[in-house]
Design a protein around this ligand. Structure first.
Ligand SMILES: O=C(O)CCC(=O)C(=O)O
Ligand SMILES: [Fe+2]
Length: 276
């Protein structure tokens, strides 16, 4: 199967997003909005058909030789935290390591890209989030990507810089690779460092653990919800597709971020600084 038709990729019987005015979509939107308000996470189980997810995972796996390899020990915040006391959560460092296959290494005819480019999905997500405008990113590096975790890899505790992340799990690990999160741990007004420290120490009572399943579409609001992917155990990789959107049309990610990614990519030389 070449997955030319969206019906080969998405379970349209269960999720008829192409019938935007139908009762099924209205029910999904209402359920999703209630769940996001409560949990910061909305999962559409079995959104992508298992055969399509397996195909997408295999395609991503072939691209690993070109992928970025992140191996970093860093604080969870943008700075190094040196301005804070030694035991402050802003100074706490965490180990993260995984591969990331970038947008330009995912073929144009990939079923994963066909899904990302499917207009009814973009429109459904726009309505779900209640946004006026919602565009696919046009970043050559980061519009559509996939994170791949091999044994021992982890995407450690962090808050996301953007409002919301959309992901599809393409392959499950044998063990580990759980999605752990603390809904709404911080607000715009309150960083809640006590709560952050408690989560880091494994003593926060509100930590939830989700075992995402192959084909699930996840909508996750991670800017206030602390989260991580626990270390993968066993030989099977954890592979997830990540879709990026923005309120503005034609967006790309910042040059600093791209320079960091390039530095992590095998065989890619860092860009020479631009002449002033
Ligand atoms: O791999 C996942 O399921 C989540 C990844 C994540 O948290 C992120 O990309 O910011
Ligand atoms: Fe995240």
């Amino acid at each position: 199967m070449a997955f030319d038709a969206i019906a080969d990729i998405v379970d349209l019987e269960r999720y008829p997003l192409d019938r935007a005015d139908g009762p099924a979509v209205a029910a999904l939107l209402a359920d999703g909005q209630a769940r996001l308000g409560r949990d910061a996470l909305y999962t559409l189980p079995g959104f992508v058909r298992p055969e399509a997810a397996a195909w997408m995972a295999a395609e991503i796996e072939q691209r690993i030789p070109w992928a970025c390899r992140l191996e970093a020990v860093r604080t969870m915040y943008a700075d190094d935290g040196k301005a804070y006391p030694p035991d402050h959560p802003r100074r706490r460092t965490h180990y993260s390591r995984y591969y990331q296959v970038l947008n330009h290494h995912i073929p144009n005819n990939s079923p994963l890209r066909r899904l990302y480019s499917w207009e009814p999905l973009r429109e459904f997500l726009r309505r779900l989030m209640g946004y006026e405008t919602f565009y696919r990113s046009e970043c050559p590096h980061l519009a559509l990507t996939s994170k791949v975790a091999i044994e021992g890899d982890t995407d450690n505790w962090h808050f996301d810089g953007n409002d919301v992340v959309f992901s599809v799990l393409l392959r499950e690990p044998e063990d580990g690779g759980l999605f752990e999160y603390v809904p709404n741990l911080r607000t715009d007004e309150d960083e809640n460092y006590e709560g952050v420290a408690a989560a880091f120490d494994g003593r926060h009572p509100g930590v939830r653990s989700a075992r995402l399943k192959v084909g699930d579409l996840n909508v996750f609001q991670g800017n206030h919800t602390l989260h991580r992917v626990t270390p993968v155990k066993g030989a099977a990789k954890r592979i997830v597709g990540l879709f990026s959107y923005d309120h503005e049309p034609g967006t790309t990610f910042g040059e600093d971020y791209i320079t960091t990614l390039r530095a992590q990519t095998p065989g890619v030389q860092p860009l020479a600084p631009r002449a002033a």
